[in-house]
Structure formats: C-alpha cells, structure tokens
Design a binder for this molecule. Structure first.
Ligand code: KG4
Ligand code: ZN
Length: 334
C-alpha cells in the first residue's frame, strides 16, 4: 500500500503545502508574505490574514503539481508549533476541516523536529545519532538526533535567535527585512577581519546573541558620530565582519558538542543554514575534524511544507496520529 500525505506549514510568514508519496516529495509550493518588509519584521495579525487568503490556492497548487486527487490522500499533516498562534490556527483549522471531510487522520508536526530532519529529503542516508544545528529566525539549537522520531535539545539560545541577530544587524545598516540573505550577499565582497565585536561568553552548549547585537549597535553609532558616511563607505566590510562573528559563535558550540558527545555526523537546518559562510565553514571544518556533514537544499532550509511532509511520513509509519481536538502550541518544545 502506498502512503500519500498532504502537509501544510503556516507557523510564521510562509504559507506552504507539499505532497509526499511513499517518502518522496512530489510537490512543495511556498508563498512568502512580502507585505512584512515595510514593517521591518513579521506582524502576526497580518501574517494570519495573509495565510487565510492564500491557503486554498497553495494547497490546490501542491495537489495539482503532485498530480494527485484529494480523495487519494491517506492523511493530512500540519505544523502544530512552535510559531505564531494566529498563523498556526489557520493551517491547523484548514487541515482538520479537510481531513474531517475526507475522513482521513491528521498528523500534528513539531516544526523544530521537521527542520532537524529536513536534510533527509535530499539525502535520505544518514547515520544515527547525529547532531543538528538548527539555526533560524526564531530558534538556535543544537539537537542530538537519536533516530527519526527521538531527539533532544542539548544547547540553545538564552535570548535572541541567530537569524534575529542577522536581521537586526541588517536593520541597523538600513537593509530591508529579512536582512540575513542581504547581509550574506554583501559580505561576499567584504573583509571579514576588518571589525570585531564584543560577544557574551556562555560556558555550556547554550548561545547568547543579545550582547553582540548591542555591541554592533554601539559600534555603528560611535563610527557614525565620527563619519556620517561610515556605513555607506564600509558596508561590505561591516556585513562581512558581523557575519563572520555570528558564524564563529555557531561553530564554536557545534565543535564543542561534537567533541563532548563524540559524534561526527553533523547537519545544519533552518533559514540561516542557507548562509554561504556557514556552509563553507562547516565544509572546511569537516575536512579537518573528519565530520560527515549534511545540508538541506536551500529551498528546504527556510520554512517549507516539504520538511513537514517528510517528518509526517515517519510519524505515519509509527502510527502517530492526532485527535481532531488538538490545539496549536505556539511555544511547543520537544
Ligand atoms: O527557518 P526560517 O525560514 O524561519 C523561521 O522559522 O524563523 O528562517 C528565517 C531566518 C531569517 O532570520 C533570515 O534572515 C535567515 O533565516 N536567513 C539567512 C539567510 N537566509 C535566510 N541568514 C543568513 N544568511 C542567509 N543566506
Ligand atoms: Zn522554521
């Protein structure tokens, strides 16, 4: 018997739907909400309204692209948290109604676990256990993945997520939201060693990004007082230097985690896993430390329903279905 699942991701500002058949992704349609750019960050109420507007169209597109009729679905999956309550509610209510109408079970997926397994979409072969560095706009965690369905957080940020640190630094430089990809682009032509910034030191595997954010803000303000064109004249070097500092902070902890747990299978996931410096640094480190490393494709790094479908497929095989009265959990952990 083949297994066909429709999955929906709506935890933040991307509406996405995907179909997976027998563990193979057949479609992954994503609609990003550009409307937030002018506010410099995601506005929750606007996000849930935008999900409402696009969800029917996106699901329809995903089914058509996969060439599957809705009556052939065996289950419908959705992101149940963490995320914005209103956005999660749109996805979960839609899935529940559709599943109820089709008389199929629902699968409530943890967004973080789905990120941690997202590289398996493109490269299903991996040795367990592995360490997953999950770096996104809302999360920064090191996850010890024991097998498909069992994992635990062994380190996480105590304040801002690294994606937030990228976005806030970009905002200070006058770049649009989300600034992470723009910083990455500018950094390519800059000198990463030109400027250094103060970092908060934390002993264990946890992270803290609020210190470097403040240090960056003070640095820029001080320089602007001396030369009002400072940012304009040095934009690429500043972008390159702050990017290097943030990537170094991530690398320091993943190296310690690898030594502590004696694990050399390393994956990265989440939006910041699209960062080119992080990707090359891990590649280079892997040669030196003899790591096997795994990256999702760029389209599977930022929020997408393919990763929800991928995780839902493992849950289906393990009979992990949910009751129709499940409610979204904005602060869902593991
Ligand atoms: O996983 P994601 O799409 O959404 C959350 O679950 O948060 O991650 C979005 C984050 C944003 O902070 C964005 O700036 C960052 O990922 N990001 C990047 C890059 N591409 C996306 N940060 C640095 N370099 C990139 N190339
Ligand atoms: Zn995410």
């Amino acid at each position: 018997m083949s297994i066909t699942i429709l999955a929906i991701e709506s935890s933040c500002d991307d509406t996405s739907a995907s179909v997976i058949i027998d563990g193979i992704i057949k479609s992954n349609v994503i609609s990003s909400q550009l409307v937030h750019a002018k506010f410099g960050g995601v506005v929750p109420e606007i996000a849930s309204r935008a999900h409402l507007k696009s969800i029917v169209l996106i699901v329809d597109k995903a089914l058509k692209k996969a060439k599957i009729d809705k009556n052939y679905l065996d289950a419908i999956a959705f992101t149940n948290g963490p995320g914005l309550l209103g956005s999660l509610l749109v996805g979960s209510s839609f899935c529940k109604s559709m599943a109820y109408a089709l008389n199929v079970p629902i699968i409530a997926v943890n967004h973080l676990k789905a990120h941690a397994l997202s590289h398996l979409i493109d490269n299903p072969k991996i040795k367990f256990p592995y360490l997953s560095l999950l770096v996104s706009g809302g999360h920064t965690q090191i996850i010890l993945v024991e097998d498909y369905l069992n994992m635990k957080i062994i380190g996480e940020t105590r304040d801002d997520a690294v994606g937030e640190a990228f976005d806030k630094s970009a905002k200070i430089l006058g770049l649009d939201y989300p600034g992470g990809p723009l910083l990455d682009k500018l950094a390519k032509n800059g000198n990463p060693l030109k400027y250094t910034f103060g970092k908060t030191k934390i002993q264990n595997l946890d992270f803290s990004f609020s210190g470097i954010k403040t240090s960056f803000l003070y640095f820029i303000n001080t320089q602007i007082k001396k030369n009002k064109n400072f940012v304009h004249e040095n934009l690429e070097d500043i972008a390159s230097s702050i990017q290097k500092s943030l990537v170094d902070m991530l690398m320091e902890k993943i190296i310690i985690a690898s030594e502590k747990y004696k694990i050399s299978e390393i994956s990265i996931s989440g939006g910041v896993a699209a960062n080119s410096l992080l990707r090359t640094t891990i590649k280079n480190c892997s040669k030196e430390l003899k790591w096997n490393f795994y990256f999702p494709k760029i389209e599977h790094c930022t929020d997408n329903a393919a990763m929800i479908a991928n995780y839902a497929n493992y849950m289906f095989l393990d009979n992990q279905f949910s009751s129709y009265d499940i409610i979204p959990e904005p602060r869902l952990k593991f």
